[in-house]
Design a protein around this ligand. Structure first.
Ligand code: BTN
Length: 179
């Protein structure tokens, strides 16, 4: 791995960590808050691609697993991977690879709606479905309640996708991120 790759991976991990400093917004009816850290996860996939973006998110989750309080609200430790948000964390990992593998489609199309869909399908829909499955397993919530509760994330997460597409469309023009 080149120094340039290591630099951009470290930068992306720093961005994900900084987004975790924004306090989470509890929803009350579901043990999963609104967070801003998933912006960094989606950015990692689309800016760095599957290999480097996936590596950044794997490293970030390892830091969390070994106990660093890097998730929103300062949570961390191996217990979060068996807690109510575990499905979302798995979703973050897999969606980074899916978004990363779709990076060439994102670059090829100039259609902003299609660009949003490339991020939204894995980064929001897939993550929320995996998150719902995790919630059902961990909290015994039924499938309808889990899926309906997750609808609460869609407006905010869709705005996050628009933000990610706007930022990524600019950053991918820079030589540092263009491959
Ligand atoms: C954690 O910090 O333990 C993970 C939080 C996961 C929150 C999920 S990500 C998708 C959805 N959108 C949000 O804003 N919150 C949930």
């Amino acid at each position: 791995m080149k120094v340039k790759d290591m630099t951009v991976i470290a930068m992306m991990i720093a961005i994900i960590i900084m987004l975790g400093l924004i306090p989470p917004v509890p929803l009350g009816f579901i043990p999963v808050p609104i967070v801003f850290q998933n912006i960094g996860i989606m950015l990692a996939g689309i800016i760095l691609g599957a290999k480097r973006g996936g590596f950044a998110v794997v490293l970030f989750l390892i830091l969390v697993a070994i106990g660093m309080p890097l998730l929103s609200g300062g949570s961390g430790g191996i217990s979060v991977f068996v807690g109510p948000t575990s499905g979302y964390l798995m979703g973050w990992l897999v969606s980074t690879f899916i978004i990363g593998y779709a990076k060439h489609l994102f670059i090829e199309t100039k259609n902003p709606i299609f660009r949003c869909l490339i991020i939204w399908l894995p980064g929001v829909l897939f993550v929320d479905i995996l998150g719902s499955i995790g919630l059902m397993i961990v909290t015994n919530m039924n499938v309808t309640t889990a899926l309906i509760s997750n609808l609460a994330f869609l407006p905010g997460d869709t705005l996050k996708v628009i933000f990610v597409v706007t930022i990524a469309s600019r950053l991918l023009k820079l030589p540092l991120f263009s491959r």
